[in-house]
Design a protein around this ligand. Structure first.
Ligand SMILES: Nc1ncnc2c1ncn2[C@@H]1O[C@H](COP(=O)(O)OP(=O)(O)O)[C@@H](O)[C@H]1O
Ligand SMILES: [Mg+2]
Length: 314
């Protein structure tokens, strides 16, 4: 089966500035593909090119079987796009907004009538069909915007930071909806700068300064960046413990402090590191729990990769 999205050396420059630097990747049908990166990384510019809204400076991408360069109009018909600054009609109801967007895609009344209950169900807007959108809280507006983006039954949806500024509980529900869309066969291309959200994606691409610095499943990325496990030390005096352990960096390895927890990427064996920690903190009379192996967070991974790519002069 051909991939939903296949980008080859996609590049966008604005004057001398390279916003997207020859990126290549593929997204499979039904996949949730996450684009992760800080502000200014080039996520929105990539999405706008893939949606046929912005012509690439060079390179091309096939989206839903059509070239974004040669057939942007065909591409547009087959996708849904929820932009970062989506615009809904505040004086219209939920239903009227959905109706309006489906109409923009050339769908007739018959299609919309059949599609409406499905869209409402997917986005969990049951009972809110007649509510005026302008009166709704932000988290719900986001779901209405998603409903508008999928109203015409696209093969792919592009969601640009759909959960920005939404509280954690509603963010979680939004991801459940995304999961359901993917299970129904829709390809989801989604950007975010919340590191914790990538756990919901099947694969992710980490973007920095216009480049994809890493791509793969979260598990693979974590494993490739951190070949050794991370040791986590909890103690009653973390700052003092951190200072003391830092004096032994040479023996121990790389240390960092995360709130009340200390993380160590040991240079030598774990057992050896455990002994040094016990001795150092024991001598100072600081109580601590036995160091545990933990998985690195995506934040750890991202910081490490960006440091690495900048050191390479990329
Ligand atoms: N139309 C434009 N003209 C000039 N620079 C732009 C334009 N659009 C985006 N940029 C720049 O390109 C870079 C990437 O922007 P963007 O794709 O919006 O990043 P992200 O969505 O990851 O925050 C930024 O430095 C931004 O200022
Ligand atoms: Mg953006």
């Amino acid at each position: 089966m051909q991939p939903s999205v296949s980008a080859k050396n996609l590049q966008k420059t604005f004057g001398d500035f390279v916003a997207v630097d020859s990126i290549s990747f593929e997204v499979e049908k039904g996949e949730i593909y996450g684009f992760l990166g800080a502000n200014g990384a080039g996520k929105t510019t990539t999405i706008r090119m893939l949606c046929g809204l912005l012509e690439p400076t060079s390179g091309d991408a096939m989206v839903a079987g059509f070239s974004i360069k040669k057939d942007p109009e065909e591409v547009k018909k087959r996708l849904g796009y929820m932009s970062q600054k989506f615009s809904l009609y505040p004086s219209l109801t939920v239903e009227e907004n959905i109706d309006f967007y489906a109409g923009l895609y050339g769908k007739d009344d018959e299609f919309i009538k059949q599609r409406m209950p499905e869209v409402i169900k997917y986005t969990e807007l049951d009972g809110l069909e007649k509510k005026i959108v302008g009166d709704m809280p932000g988290g719900l507006k986001q779901r209405v915007a998603l409903a508008c983006a999928i109203a015409h039954k696209p093969e792919i949806v592009f969601l640009d930071e759909p959960t920005a500024g939404v509280d954690p509980l509603l963010r979680r529900r939004f991801w459940e909806i995304i999961d359901m869309l993917s299970k129904s066969g829709i390809t989801v291309f989604v950007t975010t700068h919340y590191m914790d959200e990538v756990e919901h994606c099947h694969r992710i691409a980490l973007m920095n300064s216009g480049c994809i610095i890493k791509e793969g499943t979260i598990h693979d990325i974590k494993a490739s960046v951190f070949k050794k496990p991370i040791m986590e030390i909890e103690s009653e005096a973390p700052v003092e413990a951190y200072k003391l352990l830092s004096l032994k960096r040479g023996e121990l390895g790389e240390l960092s402090i995360h709130g009340a927890l200390i993380h160590l990427i040991p240079t030598g064996g774990m057992e050896q590191a455990g002994k040094v920690i016990a001795e150092t903190l024991g001598n100072a009379g600081i109580k601590f729990s036995k160091p545990e192996n933990v998985e690195p967070t995506m934040e750890d991974v991202f910081v490490n990769l960006v440091k690495g790519s900048e050191a390479d002069g990329k």
